[in-house]
Design a protein around this ligand. Structure first.
Ligand SMILES: [Zn+2]
Length: 496
């Protein structure tokens, strides 16, 4: 795909750059531990890793591990300059840490100077030893070719078999090869294998978890209660229905917009710490009802009966019903991933399967209609600017089909069709093209303008006025925009 070939420097890093060394990763993790805000943390990591570049080869020449680590740490701390001004607390802590790191580098360099003669002596001794044992070296070197000689048969258990050798070298070759990930995740096989329970129920539960009959496991140790749901529904003719609702009627899918470590062995700690920091942040901000980490673990954060601050200003409609308070009306389900370079970065297959099981469960529990399972990128608007796409997470690429849901990218977009929201050139540049539902909504508007013999601008203005009136009539004001997700226009590569 051409979109994949281009992309931001950060995105290219993720696909092409070999993973950083363990030591470098450890030092960066120690530094990011001091950064609570995932957005700042992400910005920092991008900066540090881009700075790191090819220079790490130089650091790897340093023979003493503590000196290497100190050098990595110093480089890492230097990269904090880019984000430190955004956060005074980091700036203070950094200053002290940087001074300590400098002292360590000076000390370690002095130690390295003393160590070099010893190292040279050890290397010389080792080379001499190899020279005096040529047969053994040869037997290991040719082990994959033949196993007929007496020597090799006696040493066979010690020889690394070819298959193991391949396994051992695979991380190196994986580092060289660019990771060609599919757009979303592997397609899922149709759900016609195995028995699927007709009803979902809690099969087992323990401290901090619940297991459902479809295999869904929900971790509950981060769960908090928030403000109870309380919303009303409007109809297309502008009536505010009197009934108050306190149960969710839809699901809004998000990405967490957080830092993503490579899904490879050797990054367990970073992956774990990244998710844990994200979960703490989501809990504190009550940002979503559910979070699905990259290993497919499902966490309930804000309980189902409470509103989470995930939707900000969002618009959705079904039939005659119009929803303008999505925080209350929709459950927020977020995948640990990010919108970047005009698309959502691929989620893992584990996330896909967990997300599907969770969707089945939530749909059954709250009788949620399939066309009410929506993505944030489809619903988000900027009321002030009258534009769609304030947030763009899952503005394309959500695996509706794999979830057994209708493709909402092909249905007329309510914010445009009902309220005349528009988009700007930046939006088009990011998206590359309009999705079919957006085109269909614009056509509806244009048809109506023609029938009424008014201009499209006039009609949009009329609809925008109507939107503002309807918003003002709502008993609960729209929540603040989600704190976790930066608006699309402020992300590193402008809208993604
Ligand atoms: Zn979102």
């Amino acid at each position: 795909m051409t979109a994949v070939a281009r992309g931001s420097p950060t995105e290219r890093y993720r696909r092409e750059r070999p993973p950083v060394s363990r030591e470098c990763g450890d030092e960066l993790t120690r530094i990011t531990d001091d950064i609570d805000d995932p957005i700042v943390k992400l910005r920092y990591l991008q900066n540090a890793l881009n700075e790191e570049g090819d220079k790490s080869a130089l650091v790897q020449l340093v023979p003493i591990p503590p000196a290497r680590r100190a050098w990595y740490r110093l480089k890492g701390l230097r990269a904090l300059d880019a984000v430190a001004d955004a956060n005074e607390e980091i700036a203070e802590r950094t200053l002290a840490a940087r001074q300590t790191a400098r002292r360590v580098v000076v000390g370690a360099s002095a130690a390295a100077m003393l160590f070099v003669p010893v190292l040279v002596a050890i290397v010389a001794w080792q080379v001499n030893r190899w020279r005096s044992e040529p047969e053994q070296v040869a037997s290991v070197g040719s082990s994959t070719e033949a196993n007929a000689t007496a020597i090799e048969s006696t040493t066979a258990p010690l020889v690394v078999p070819p298959t193991t050798t391949a396994t051992l070298t695979s991380p190196a070759s994986a580092e060289e090869a660019p990771v060609n990930q599919p757009p979303v995740a592997e397609p899922l096989a149709a759900e016609d294998i195995g028995i699927v329970p007709s009803m979902l129920w809690v099969a087992d539960r323990g401290p901090g978890w619940e297991l459902y009959s479809n295999g869904l496991r929900i971790e509950t140790s981060y769960t908090v209660k928030g403000t109870p749901r309380d919303y009303r529904v409007q109809t297309r003719d502008g009536k505010l229905l009197p009934t108050k609702f306190d149960r969710p009627i839809g699901i809004l899918f998000h990405t967490s917009e957080s830092d993503l470590w490579p899904l490879e062995p050797g990054y367990e700690k970073e992956l774990r710490k990244g998710s844990a920091a994200l979960l703490r942040f989501v809990k504190r901000e009550q940002a979503y009802n559910y979070m699905i980490d990259r290993f497919g673990r499902v966490y309930r954060i804000v309980d189902d009966d409470s509103r989470a601050n995930h939707a900000g200003h969002g618009v959705w409609a079904r039939g005659d019903e119009v929803y303008l308070d999505l925080n209350s009306a929709f459950l927020g389900v977020s995948f640990e991933s990010r919108w970047e370079g005009g698309r959502t970065l691929p989620i893992t297959r584990a996330q896909l399967i967990a997300g599907r099981n969770l969707t089945h469960y939530l749909r059954q529990r709250f009788a949620i209609a399939p066309e009410m399972c929506v993505t944030h990128g489809l619903a988000s608007v900027s009321p002030k600017r009258g534009l769609i796409g304030y947030h763009l997470d899952w503005a394309r690429g959500f695996p509706f089909q794999a979830f057994g849901l209708p493709d909402l990218y092909s249905q007329p977009l309510p914010s445009v069709a009902l309220f005349g929201f528009n988009y700007d050139s930046e939006f088009l540049r990011t998206m590359g093209e309009r999705w079919p539902g957006l085109i269909a909504a614009e056509k509806q508007l244009a048809d109506e303008a023609r029938q009424r013999a008014i201009s499209l601008d006039q009609l949009r203005h009329e609809r925008q006025t109507q939107y503002r009136r309807w918003r003002a009539a709502l008993p609960t004001p729209a929540g603040p925009e989600p704190t976790l997700e930066a608006p699309a226009s402020q992300t590193a590569d402008k809208r993604g």
